[in-house]
Design a protein around this ligand. Structure first.
Ligand code: NAD
Length: 256
């Protein structure tokens, strides 16, 4: 144990969907701990302000154009980020989306879109970042799952299935890549204020009070509430932690 165990100096990270919401929060948290950061995102217009925010921490930041649902795009983006930063040690699979339909009503295209981004995207990114981690002799993969890996929701069939699948994918990679000294873990965020949840609340406004009442912390999360777990899972402090799923939810998942 030493006071450098959370220091990410000399490490490089790639964060998918890092141009806004929780993804930008992860990029900032890793940079504040010392990492250089690439954000991989579809909307390059929003990327420039995110890059400037991360650079303001004093670390390097670059943006690479990436659709996580396309292998060709992922392959290009990972190569570009590794070239720009000189390797990749930390991957945050944060890009995600949702759709809300009862199971019998989900259009096939919507099911495929959610699965392609939330689960295939994490698979493709992990697949293409793995050789860089292996070459470095260590790596940290952090998969952003959800409370919906624990709970179901009548209108969340595609989202909950994808996030539950991501927890299983986390365990599989943790086992497969243990010998490469790559730790693979998941974070299960509770309820955080972002564009994703704003659209949820506009569809189901009655949920806000129910979520507050069930959360022992008595409030929704802010992106910075995830910083501690992210830095822990990206740092030497978690070298013997792998295949785990850590809830960061103000106690929502243990409350009645
Ligand atoms: P958000 O909608 O604000 O951000 C999602 C990000 O993913 C955006 O940058 C978006 O452009 C990107 N993205 C979507 N599809 C992509 C694709 N094909 N290729 C590349 N990037 C793509 O949502 P958020 O709330 O910041 O969520 C981030 C992650 O956290 C998601 O995986 C979400 O499921 C998860 N999560 C969020 C909450 C919450 O309360 N906000 C709770 C649990 C889990």
């Amino acid at each position: 144990m030493n006071d450098q165990m959370f220091d990410l100096s000399g490490r490089t990270a790639i964060v998918t969907g890092g141009n806004r919401g929780l993804g930008l929060g992860f990029g900032l948290a890793l940079a504040r701990a010392g990492a250089d950061v690439a954000i991989a995102c579809r909307d390059m217009k929003k990327a420039s302000s995110a890059v400037a925010e991360i650079e303001a921490t004093g670390r390097r930041a670059v943006a690479v154009s990436c659709d996580v649902a396309s292998e060709a795009s992922v392959e290009r983006a990972v190569a570009e980020a590794a070239d720009a930063l000189g390797g990749l040690h930390i991957l945050v699979n944060n890009a995600g989306t949702s759709c809300r339909y009862l199971p019998q009503d989900v259009p096939e295209a919507e099911w495929d879109r959610v699965m392609d981004i939330n689960i295939k995207g994490a698979f493709l990114m992990s697949k293409h970042v793995h050789p860089h981690m292996k070459a470095a002799g260590f790596g940290k993969v952090i998969n952003i799952s959800s409370m919906y890996a624990i709970f179901g929701g009548a209108v969340d069939s595609a989202y909950a299935s994808s996030k539950g699948g991501l927890v299983q994918f986390t365990r599989v990679c943790a086992i497969a890549w243990g010998p490469d000294n790559i730790q693979v873990n998941a974070i299960l965020p509770g309820w955080f204020v972002t564009e994703l949840t704003e659209s949820y609340l506009s569809q189901f406004p009655e949920r806000e009070a129910k979520i507050n009442a069930r959360t022992p912390a008595g409030r929704w999360g802010r992106p910075d509430d995830l910083a501690g777990a992210a830095v822990f899972l990206a740092s030497r402090a978690s070298d013997f932690v792998t295949g785990a799923s850590i809830a960061v939810d103000g106690g929502f998942s243990i409350s009645d």
